[in-house]
Write a protein that binds this ligand. Structure first.
Ligand code: NAD
Length: 435
């Protein structure tokens, strides 16, 4: 099939590349000229495991092309995917300006039988609005489908190639059939292809993200309570997780969720609820608990240093909002670093992939260390903010020697408190007594 993908970010690039890998002819389009120039040379603008090899292989095979020329990309396409950003607007609702400008830009070049598909996460009703816009702009009723994306950054290729399910929202079964054909190579293990109305598909994406965010905020609130009352959230997790109605997934306590999706999608759904006079009590609480959780270490850090952080050397391991990505959008680490700087601390940071992005934001306010152990040399405390594998099994004896004082604030519960105590550390974690 001939496919155009508009917006070559995390989602668009992965979508286009995976469709090319299953034998389609794909043209990825973006307004960012530098990004497209780099992609033409096989330089990938983001860190996503496995993506570089896949882009290079499919480009070499002539199935994957990159351009800034909307007309050239859209004219031959049977299916046109829209994957531009839908960031949070000032009032919490989704900012749809990129989507609307793309719809206007593609309209003159669409083939009569082309199917336009939204891949971006878009408010319920967007499909109908695009249908109306295209009718006005082209004078005909174009097929517009919704196909929300559920991939996770850091495992995007795997998620796209082996999805738990594919959801499409369509008005005509024929459109569903075309999209089913497109996805068949990825559904060979009998995972479901679920067809529904566009409104239900749009809603499904928000509900999925809101559910996941709710689980995280729930376990974080329970963790904080557990710590105050002398329990251990890890034991509680084990105690509840074996209940098949509950399970273990997404119930890891930590320093809060971040990224480009959960925060903005919870807020966009809140905004949609308000627009329809439905009180978003739970959604608001999920967001509020999460914002608070990003600051969960402030008080323990202050208490540990008797309220004075001036001149203290703090090491931070992990900057990305989660492991296996360089994405720092709404990352909890940035909230903590801002506060530490306000308090007068000196900061050395390490992250396997996200340091360039942080440097673009923070410049020389913090020191960037290529190796994790360089960050902790002379440190009064180490704070762990992202659960990269690199941090799971460090040489604790070497760390002990390198640090000025052996103090660890572990925002991802990577280590066993009793073992840390035996190793001579003062150890703080989430939902467990400090030792
Ligand atoms: N990142 C994720 O993990 C993820 C997962 C599922 C769904 N989504 C959703 O997918 C959508 C895209 O997210 P993303 O993370 O890929 O965003 P992104 O910011 O990484 O990429 C968006 C791309 O669109 C391009 N763009 C903007 N305006 C354009 C225009 N007028 N014409 C052509 N290109 C244009 C930008 O230059 C950029 O390259 C969002 O709605 C997001 O909520 C994201």
């Amino acid at each position: 099939m001939k496919i155009a993908v508009i917006g070559t970010g995390y989602v668009g690039l992965v979508t286009g590349t995976c469709f090319a890998d299953s034998g389609n002819d794909v043209t990825c389009i973006d307004i960012d000229e530098k990004k497209i120039e780099n992609l033409k040379q096989g330089i990938i603008p983001i860190y996503e495991p496995g993506l570089t090899e896949l882009v290079q292989r499919n480009s070499a095979a002539g199935r994957l092309k990159f351009t800034t020329d909307t007309a050239a990309g859209v004219q031959p396409a049977e299916v046109v995917y829209l994957a531009v950003g839908t960031p949070q607007g000032k009032d919490g609702s989704a900012n749809m300006s990129a989507m609307w400008s793309v719809v206007k830009a593609i309209a003159p070049y669409l083939q009569e039988s082309a199917i336009v598909v939204t891949k971006s996460t878009v408010p319920v009703g967007t499909n109908a609005k695009i249908f109306g816009m295209l009718k006005e702009l082209t004078g005909r009723e174009c097929d517009v489908a919704s196909n929300p994306e559920f991939l996770k950054e850091g495992a995007a290729i795997e998620d796209f190639m082996k999805p738990d399910r594919v959801v499409v929202g369509v008005r005509r079964p024929e459109v569903s059939d075309v999209l089913h054909q497109l996805y068949e190579p990825f559904l060979r293990t009998e995972k479901p292809f679920i067809s529904m109305s566009p409104e239900s598909a749009e809603m499904t994406k928000y509900v999925a993200n809101a559910m996941l965010a709710t689980k995280i905020s729930f376990i974080n609130e329970m963790a904080n309570l557990c710590e105050k009352m002398g329990g251990d959230i890890n034991d509680v997790r084990r105690g509840i997780g074996h209940d098949s109605r509950i399970g273990f997934a997404f119930l890891f306590p930590g320093v809060g969720y971040g990224g480009s999706c959960f925060p903005k999608d919870v807020r966009a759904l809140t905004s949609m609820s308000l627009d329809h006079d439905c009180e978003p009590t739970l959604l608001r609480a999920v967001d509020e608990v999460n914002e608070r959780q990003k600051s969960v270490f402030k008080q323990p850090i202050l208490d540990h240093f008797d309220g004075d952080l001036k001149g203290k050397n703090i090491a931070v391991w992990g900057l990305a909002f989660k492991p296996r990505t360089d994405d720092i959008r709404e990352a909890p680490a940035l909230v903590l670093i801002d506060w530490l700087l306000e308090q007068g601390a000196s900061i050395k940071v390490h992250d396997p992939e996200a340091m360039e992005n942080v440097e673009a934001e923070l410049g020389d306010k913090v020191a960037y260390c290529k190796f994790r152990m360089d960050a902790i040399e002379g440190a009064d405390a180490l704070v762990i903010m992202t659960e990269w594998k690199d941090y799971h099994s460090p040489d604790f004896a070497e760390m002990y020697q390198l640090m000025k004082s052996p103090v660890v604030f572990d925002g991802r519960n990577l280590y066993e408190p009793e073992r840390m105590k035996r190793r001579g550390y003062k150890y703080y974690s989430i939902g467990r007594k400090a030792v």
